[in-house]
Design a protein around this ligand. Structure first.
Ligand SMILES: Cc1cc2nc3c(=O)[nH]c(=O)nc-3n(C[C@H](O)[C@H](O)[C@H](O)COP(=O)(O)OP(=O)(O)OC[C@H]3O[C@@H](n4cnc5c(N)ncnc54)[C@H](O)[C@@H]3O)c2cc1C
Length: 314
């Protein structure tokens, strides 16, 4: 039983944080959809790595699936919910720790720090390199896993090193950033049983005023593009240079901007964003994404690749 399982772990480690059974995932995703997780747990405090290591080890032994959740800004969890444990990193945040190495200034962030807070922290320290993250929903861990990209910059660009927990061995490991391990929206963590604990970024000095001005530009641009108007998860599909146009334009050309299935709708102002107009289910969003993919395949013979991730019990 999951309750016994978690109580046993919590007794061993003096748990700080929150957990709930049958927790609706709609509360934890930016699309605001998703049925219940059997167990949703958000451990808090600096003990997070030790706690997560024990949880992953014991869950593996008991064959209980564990899904790692950051800010829920890139996932659609099924209406039927998700079986096993959702390990939410949101309690392992906090402002970054700074320092100076022979290569220059750096900041290290715990995985649960929000991307926007990371940008704010760097700005307050007069350090440049994370401006692009201002206003982007999600966590540092999720952004690194996705190798999130915007304003001509990817998370891997300034990354020096990541720390992660190997879910198979239970060991804490360091991954020095090698650019060849990353690609467009691709990181070496994808497809692996690894929990990102933190990331260290190399930054350079820049007047705070300039940093903040750039961050405000990005936030305003996102506002203007309607990013925050309705629940969504940003771009639905990746862009592909070989297609000759951004995915949004490709979907526009087929006249699908504004097309809706129930309350899931292709944003009337952007072809590559699906919005939840209020009562969309995860199924509506998935069906709409599938429909867009199929139409682009049939009419243009192009194969769109999903950027948003579908998880849970479909
Ligand atoms: C309004 C809006 C605008 C957006 N704009 C952009 C944009 O400009 N560019 C862009 O790239 N994305 C964008 N996104 C998508 C999203 O913000 C990013 O993909 C973000 O990096 C996801 O982070 P997250 O913490 O929410 O990850 P989640 O959605 O919680 O998780 C994503 C994946 O990462 C894994 N994961 C999360 N944390 C960890 C961890 N610590 N260790 C191991 N695995 C982990 C999860 O298991 C999951 O597979 C946007 C989303 C929204 C809602």
């Amino acid at each position: 039983m999951l309750s016994e399982f978690i109580e046993n772990i919590n007794r061993r480690l003096g748990f700080r944080g929150i957990f709930r059974f049958d927790e609706p995932m709609a509360r934890h995703t930016t699309f605001k959809v998703g049925g219940p997780a059997d167990l949703w747990i958000r451990p808090g405090g600096e003990e997070f790595p030790e706690y997560a290591a024990l949880l992953l080890k014991e869950a593996r032994r008991e064959k209980i699936p564990v899904f790692i959740l950051g800010g829920g800004a890139n996932v659609v969890i099924a209406d039927r919910g998700i079986r096993g444990i959702v390990l939410d990193t949101g309690g392992f945040g906090g402002a970054g720790k700074g320092g100076v190495s022979p290569e220059g200034a750096f900041l290290t962030f715990n995985a649960g720090t929000s991307a926007d807070e990371a940008a704010e922290t760097a700005a307050a320290a007069g350090l440049s390199g994370l401006e692009f993250l201002a206003g982007m929903p999600g966590s540092v861990g999720g952004a690194l896993w996705m190798n999130a990209r915007c304003y001509e910059r990817s998370v891997s660009d300034g990354l020096v090193e990541a720390e992660y927990l190997d879910g198979d061995t239970g060991r804490r490991e360091k991954l020095p950033a090698r650019q060849e391990d990353f690609g467009y929206k691709m990181s070496p963590f994808q497809g692996k049983n690894q929990l990102i604990l933190g990331a260290r970024f190399a930054l350079r000095n820049r007047p705070e005023r300039e940093i903040r001005a750039e961050m405000e530009d990005h936030r305003r641009d996102r506002e203007a593009k309607g990013h925050y108007r309705f629940p969504c998860a940003g771009s639905v599909f990746k862009n592909n240079r070989l297609f000759g146009a951004p995915t949004g334009q490709i979907i526009d050309k087929l006249g699908l901007r504004g097309f809706a299935l129930g309350d899931a709708q292709v944003a009337p102002w952007h072809g590559n964003i699906i919005i939840n107009r209020g009562r969309a289910g995860a199924g509506d969003i998935r069906n709409l994404a599938e429909l867009l993919k199929a139409r682009v395949r049939e009419e243009l013979a192009l194969e769109l690749e999903s950027e948003i991730l579908f998880a849970g019990d479909w």
